[in-house]
Structure formats: structure tokens, C-alpha cells
Design a protein around this ligand. Structure first.
Ligand SMILES: [Zn+2]
Length: 98
């Protein structure tokens, strides 16, 4: 494991520099999973530029969009972040395992 994620991807939403989406992952599988989520966000942004769908919402702690996930126990919302070089996840209540 390196100190920095092996894979990074970033895109500016709405064709501007107002909002930037950044993905960082340590392995390809995780990267593709995050990229898939990013594509969902991008398609939502592009198809509904004015409608603010709060079913997924925005994390009030980190002020980033929460991504809908289909977990073992149903749908939940989370987003990824990087703390001390490690990818961590937050469900709107702070990062887990930090
Ligand atoms: Zn958060």
C-alpha cells in the first residue's frame, strides 16, 4: 500500500469549475465502483441541472453529494473521502474508522 491512492479521476460538473468530483482509489475494482457512482452523479447533474433531488442529498458534514448504494440491508447513502491517504466512507455522520 502506498501513501497515495493508485487511481485518481476528477471531473468538473456542469462544465464549470464550481463543482468538482474527485475519485481516489487504491485498486482498480474500487476505482471502477467509484467511477460508476460518479457517472450516476454526472448524469443526474446533466439531466436535471435545476432540480435538487434531496432523496440522496448532500452530506452536511463534508458538503458533498451522498451517493445511493444498494447494500445488503437495502438502499443507503454514502460518499467516499480520503483521510490520511486512506479512502474512507461517510453516511452523513462522519467518516467510519477514523
Ligand atoms: Zn460526510
Amino acid at each position: 500500500m502506498s501513501d497515495y491512492p493508485a487511481y485518481q479521476y476528477s471531473v468538473f460538473l456542469k462544465g464549470s469549475r464550481d463543482e468538482q468530483l474527485v475519485i481516489r482509489a487504491d485498486n482498480w475494482e474500487e476505482f471502477m465502483e467509484l467511477k460508476k457512482n460518479a457517472d450516476v452523479i454526472i448524469s443526474k447533474v446533466e439531466t436535471k441541472p435545476t432540480q435538487n433531488n434531496l432523496s440522496a442529498g448532500v452530506c452536511s458534514i463534508h458538503n458533498v453529494p451522498l451517493i445511493e448504494k444498494n447494500g445488503k440491508f437495502g438502499v443507503f447513502y454514502s460518499h467516499a473521502g480520503v483521510v490520511n491517504g486512506k479512502t474512507v466512507y461517510c453516511q452523513g455522520k462522519g467518516y467510519k474508522g477514523v
